[in-house]
Every structure is written in structure tokens, then in C-alpha cells.
Design a protein around this ligand. Sequence first.
Ligand code: GLC
Length: 688
Amino acid sequence: MIKKYIYGSPIETGAVVIDMFPENGKPDMFYEEDYKPNCLEFGMTDADVIYGLGEANRGINKRGYIYTSFCNDDPVHTEEKLSLYGAHNFILVDGFERFGVFVDTPSKITFDIGFTDSNILSIECETGDFALYIITGESLYDIVRQFRGLIGRSYIAPKWAFGFQQSRWGYRTADDVRKVVKKYRESGIPLDAVYLDIDYMERYKDFTVDKKSFPNFKEFVAEMREEGIHLVPIIDAAVKIEDGYDVYVEGVRDNHFCKTADGRDFTAGVWPGKTHFPDFLNSKTRKWFGDKYKTLVDDGIEGFWNDMNEPAIFYSEKGLASALEAANEAEGKDLDINSFFALKDKFTGLSNSDKDYASFYHNMDGKVLCHELVHNLYGYNMTRAAAEAFERFDPDKRMLIFSRASYIGMHRYGGIWTGDNQSWWAHILMNIKQMPSLNMCGFLYTGADLGGFGGNCTRDLLLRWLAFGIFTPLMRNHSALGTRAQECYNFGNTEDFKNIISIRYSLIPYIYSEYMKAALSDKMMFRPLSFDYPEDSFASSVEDQLMFGDGLMLTPVYTQNARGRYVYLPEDMLYIKFKSPTQRKYALLPKGYHFIDVALNEVPLFMRKNKLLPLCKPTDRTDNIDTSRFEVIAYADRPCEYVLYDDDGYTTDYDKPEHFDSIAIKEDVNGKLVIFSNKQIVKVSLFN
Ligand code: GLC
């Protein structure tokens, strides 16, 4: 059951797709203190576990820390950080009382989950204007499903976007890209996409292509498609100020940019130098900006990533002027601890400052609102602009689109990646923990920069990260300018990389099927163990294993120098250790703790009883996947079935019944368990 409550006068965010009448009164689980009118408090028992908050930092159980929803461009994701790029205000309380809470507000909101007082969960909304949804249900999963129904169907990516993708900030020319593709193809490591970071643009101007380094772009796009490669260009939120540049000229002429209090276009520095910020909260601006993607779409581009849309601001004109003035004043002076740090702070505080966010305005279709009040809707509406435009261009075609900043509601328009992580072991674990929380909030097409964005990646780190990444819908290796080359062929013996990524390709029909079923019926592909084993009191403390799809369990190795890891099995399971798509070892392991040996080039996977896993023949690109023939691994002692979803992967006709096929274990006339399917089953490995 879902109940809605209104506090103050909330700004419409578009997060929710079901119109509901608000209740009279207030939800009884929360108490409100007179001295804190914008704050809801809930008394937690010691045993309560709190899930949710999407992309947020730290554990799957969010207890013990404080989180602020305020889309934040911060590339150093250390444990003490309060905000990352997404603002996902959904939590799930599991304990004596069990309920979900969605606080729908586009401004800053803080969830103090037992940080200040270990048994108090407090939710403090800066403005006091919000819609509150309280969801109760028979299980955690049931509550999530109801919530997902409330916020609408998740974005569906094209099938090719489930292939392995290579990115790097620093592919400066078409030849750089050709070299990457050639090396991947030569080493036999499958690949489906190469990303174009800001280097492809002319002076970092959106919707331009540098003609010198990417001559005949359209032909180049077609040449890459011949190789089975999709090129995925980046689009940044801010628009360069440059005379004669159409996006700038039209934006100024037609009032598409955010304004200062005195009505001028707000100016701040990002990659290209001085820029203006499109007012994505305005429907006319969304239409105008969205239409701009057409030039690249006409060149054959079928996927984009939207970046810097928190929005990221390096400096504002005002902020920079004041820092420079302070620097001038300091010249020749004897700076002590206080004056030196005050000066330094003037510069370090220039980027993404609250002061700047409070200094410009949106015109939300007639309603003028200060940016700080609607900050969390900015990246969301940039991505919405793109998605709505793609629908106008071709309503039947799926495009790949994902964003860095997001708010719940954006999950209907695109996916997200988790931003600028680092080549740290801790960030593999962070990636693992973010996946189920993101799924709770509707973000299904998602993944992290595999290998890490910042810092220098090592061979072992990349292999371990890929061994988890083969399960995430977005499987992309991406790294920052100036870091060590991170493409898989740069780390010696490429066979190990080929094997791990080929395992992904043999799993793509299953991963795609699980993704589509999750999107079509509001399910989670990645779940904490406690969702599947609510009666198992130990399950809720396991944060480095995940339930995946229909009855699989992931147990990635995420520590340096480890030869394997301890795993917790909530019941007897089949252990499948992949060395390559076809070389596997199996073991039936009883409920409890086990140490499993996992070499750097191996992938561990567990399967619940009476489940099936179909695997296809691996190929070098998704175009070549044959979904008519499967090998099946089954762990069954009675009849059971796997429902395999498949479609053309390109069009939007998802719901047809013929997309659902059955691969089943049934009893034959002699009572023997045998496989039944209208797919060709080339081999069955049945364990019971
Ligand atoms: C931002 C993005 C990163 C990208 C870089 C350059 O830091 O998060 O992925 O490579 O900008 O465009």
C-alpha cells in the first residue's frame, strides 16, 4: 500500500507517474519536533536495517552515516563523502516495522541514519516543501516493486549496449580509435563500443566534431559499424560562449540559458572556458537542446553519455574575481597559517559552490525558481531532453543514453554510470554495493568505470573488476587523461582478458533477459541476500555478495593479493567456476561458510536449487550472438523452468508474448529429468 503526504508546497519533479490524493494528517511512524519543522524522525531499534539511497556512498545497509542528496561533481569517492552524483531519496526500513519512504523534493535533503544518534533516523529537507510517500508491503521486494510501479518503467537500452565497451579520456583522433579497435580485434577480446570523450569536439563545443582529428565523421561512424563497433560521444551540459557558434547564438537569442537575478545569462567556467547553462527545466529548452543531438544521430550515432550535468562548475565569474582579488591583496605579504589557508580555500572552494548554485535561475515553464531549489533536477532533465528527442526522431528505435547526475524519475529516460571512481580495490566493493541500491531506485542500466577512472590501474585490479563487471548491464572500461593506458590489451597476456570478457558474451542472452524482465515487471536484477532470504538473520550482514537475476549469486573477489575469498551460502548451492566460457569446474556446496579459490583469470558464480542457466557461444560482438542454440547448466531435482526473454534488441516493441521462451527441466515418461525447449539445446550439465 502506498500513502502520500504533502508538506508545504512541493515543486513538481516528475518522479512519480501515478496521480495520488494525499492523505489528511501525517504518517504515524515519524515524529516531528516543533524546533525542527523540516525534519522527520524515526526511532530505529538496534536490529533495523536501512536500505536504499541509490548511488550513495558506503554500505548496502546505510545505517551509521549521514547522506546528503545534492548531485555533486566530486571525483574523490572516499568514505566520508556525503554526496555523489545522484540524488535518490528512497529508503527502505527493515526491522520491527517494515516500510519504504520516498521523499520527493528537488532541493537538498539529508538522511542522518544513526550518525548523530545511533537509533534515530532523521530526514531533513532544506526547504520543508516535499511530497512524502510511505510504502508498506509483505516483503522488502514487494515494497520495492510497488515503489518502482509508482515511479514508472525503467529505461530500456539497446542490446548492443550489453556488449563490452572501451572508453578513455584522450582518444584524440579517428586513428586513435581505429588503433583501439584493431588491438581488441587482434587480441580476440570481444568489443561492441568505443567512447568519444571531450577530445572529439571542436574546442569542447557540444554537437561539434573536430574536423581535423575526425575528418569525414559520418564515414568514420559507418566504418566502425562495419567493424561491429558503436561510437558513443559525450555531451556536456554547459555551452561554450563563442560568437558564431549556433548553439550559443540560438541559446542567447531564444532565452534558453539560466539567468542571474538581474536577467543576464549566467556565466561560469567549465571545459571550454566560459559557458552558459541550458535551462533544461524549461520544456522549450529541452526540445531545442534535444533536437541538437540530431546532427550526430544523422551521422549514424546510436548512443550518447551526458556529462557534467550536476551541473559541474569550475568557477563562476564572480567567484573567480573574488579569489583573484584576494590573491592580489596577498601579494608580498607574510602569510601565516590562517591567511594562507584562507587564500587557498578561496581557490579550492571555487568549484561547485553553493553560493554559485544560489545565484542563477530557471524558468520552469513560467515559474521562476532559484537553481538551489531545483538542483537535483538538472542532469535528470538534460537526459530527459535527449530521450524525448530520440523518441521524436524515431519512436520505434532504442538509443543508448546515460547520465552522470540523476534524480529518481530520470530512470525512465536513461541509465547512469557512477562517475569518476579511482583505480582502487575499495572501489570494486563500492561498485558491488551500489548495484542493488540503484536497482531499488529504478536504475537498471548502470555500471562503474571498470578499472577505475582516476589513478593507475594494475593488471590484477582490472581482471578482478572485470570479473564483477561482466554482470553489470553497462560494462565499460573508462579512464582519465594522464593515467596509465587501461585498455585490456595493455596488460600482458591478453588471453585472460579474452576469457573473462568472453564469459560475459556467453552470458549476454541471460543478462539481457534478466534486465528486460526486471524493466518490464519492476524487478531488481541485483539484490542484497536478505531480499531472497528474509528468514536468514545472517544474510542482511553480507555486503560483498549479491543475488543476481533468477537464482544466481555473485561472490566477486575484490581484495588485492587474494587467492580467493570466503563466501556465505544461505542454502546448498551449485558452485560454477568459469575459467573461460566453456572451461568450468563445478561443486555442490552445502549451506554455510566456505573458502573458494579463485585465480585472477576465473569467475565464480553460484546457483540456487531448481534453477537453470542458459549460455550461448561467445562471439566477438553482440551482432554475432546466436540466440537459437544454448548450452544449459541446471541444478535441479524436480521440474523447473527458466523464462528466457529475447527480442531484436533495437525496437521498442517489448511486451509481445513471443519474446518469452521457456527452457524447462521436465520429467519424461520414465520419470527422468530431461530438458525441453524450442531452442536448440546443444549440451546440458544437470546437477542434483
Ligand atoms: C568527467 C567525466 C569523465 C570524463 C571527463 C572528461 O570527469 O565524469 O567520465 O572522462 O569528465 O570528459
